[in-house]
Design a protein around this ligand. Structure first.
Ligand SMILES: NC(=O)C1=CN([C@@H]2O[C@H](COP(=O)(O)OP(=O)(O)OC[C@H]3O[C@@H](n4cnc5c(N)ncnc54)[C@H](OP(=O)(O)O)[C@@H]3O)[C@@H](O)[C@H]2O)C=CC1
Ligand SMILES: O=CC(=O)O
Length: 324
């Protein structure tokens, strides 16, 4: 059967599909498919492997109801109208777990780099501004024993918390819609309401999915409640924070710094003022970007496709209700 793949993915995933006897068409241009192009390329496909931010919305699903399975090369599925897929009887697969450590590493990297102004100081060396050693210059913030706040204590949030406890003995507080036993028992994490999370965190790391509830959650009112010494880290989705409110909070000293792997829009414009701020570190959405992790994601996405094309339950399914 034919699988359409929206961006070049690691060979390991393609090898698995080919070994299962499927044919592949891969979009190799370095630009997003337009909605019309996506529909056209799926017209004779049995399965879609979507890598990237193409909208799998109701209009697309109405135009491609013959798809037997859609597999995402990602864990986040905010680009998918899951209810519409279920209505069409199309299972949606994603890649949870295999990218957890890599993404938690990215959050940790951003926290530490921001706390020491690493990206900004690196740029100063390149500009020839490393002139002499000054005991009172280039100072960052120590993380030892500080309070880590996690918004979205799921797989990645828990792994970020584990790293921060092991490295810095940080106290962990968190906010989810529901309390999490594992986080409380294994990490000694304390459940708090959203306002307390904002007020008590020295580092606030965002790991919740993008949903109507979480969109724009970190806005002026939220930043105003945070400590002036706080570091905001977002490796979830850029739309969870309001960018102009974040800039105002940094400029106004409501918070101290920010580490971002995700922005809105992506890519971030090179003239963005955040890129000039000493206490801000920005990465180009590389949360899961290690060779090993991307290989594992491609393999899991291929396994989802292979199962879906056989009419079997996907190993990682977003909409189990599709099975009735
Ligand atoms: N930068 C990158 O490259 C990557 C980014 N991501 C992003 O990270 C997100 C998290 O991934 P992962 O940890 O695997 O997901 P999980 O599903 O394991 O965890 C998500 C957590 O968010 C919580 N949550 C959901 N809705 C809300 C809400 N409204 N308010 C507060 N908490 C909420 C959930 O708890 P509860 O249901 O109890 O509320 C859960 O604990 C993904 O959705 C994706 O957007 C993931 C991988 C790579
Ligand atoms: O952003 C990446 C994902 O896997 O979700």
């Amino acid at each position: 059967m034919k699988v359409f793949i929206t961006r070049v993915i690691p060979q390991a995933g393609k090898d698995l599909l080919l070994a299962a006897g499927h044919t592949i068409e891969e979009w190799t241009e370095k630009r997003n498919l337009t909605p019309a192009e996506l529909v056209a390329h799926c017209s004779d496909a049995d399965a879609l492997l979507s890598a990237g931010s193409n909208k799998i919305d109701a209009a697309f699903l109405d135009a491609a109801p013959h798809l037997k399975v859609i597999a995402l090369h990602a864990v986040g599925y905010d680009n998918v109208d899951v209810a519409a897929a279920t209505r069409h009887g199309i299972p949606i697969g994603n890649t949870p777990g295999v990218l957890t450590n890599a993404t938690a590493d990215t959050a940790f990297l951003l926290m530490l780099a921001t706390s020491r102004k690493a990206f900004y100081l690196h740029k100063r060396i390149i500009r020839g501004e490393w002139n002499f050693f000054e005991p009172t210059a280039n100072l960052g913030i120590s993380l030892d024993g500080k309070t880590l706040g996690i918004f979205g204590m799921g797989s990645i949030g828990q792994n970020m918390a584990r790293r921060c406890k092991a490295a810095y003995g940080m106290q962990v507080i968190y906010h989810n819609r529901r309390r999490d036993d594992t986080a409380e028992k294994e990490l000694g994490a304390t459940y708090v309401d959203f306002n307390t999370l904002l007020q008590q965190s020295d580092v606030l790391s965002v790991h919740a999915p993008l949903t109507p509830e979480t969109q724009g959650k970190f806005n002026a009112a939220a930043f105003a409640q945070m400590k002036p010494s706080a570091i905001f880290v977002n490796t979830a989705r850029g739309s969870l924070h309001n960018e102009s409110d974040l800039i105002a909070a940094l400029e106004g000293g409501q918070i101290w710094g920010a580490g971002l792997d995700v922005t809105n829009p992506e890519p971030m414009h090179p003239d963005n003022v955040l890129l000039q701020m000493p206490n801000v570190c920005v990465l180009p959405h590389i949360g899961s970007a290690t060779q090993e992790t991307r290989d594992a994601m491609a393999v899991l996405a291929a396994q989802n496709i292979i199962a879906g094309l056989k009419g079997e339950r996907l190993p990682a399914v977003v909409n189990p209700e599709v099975y009735g």
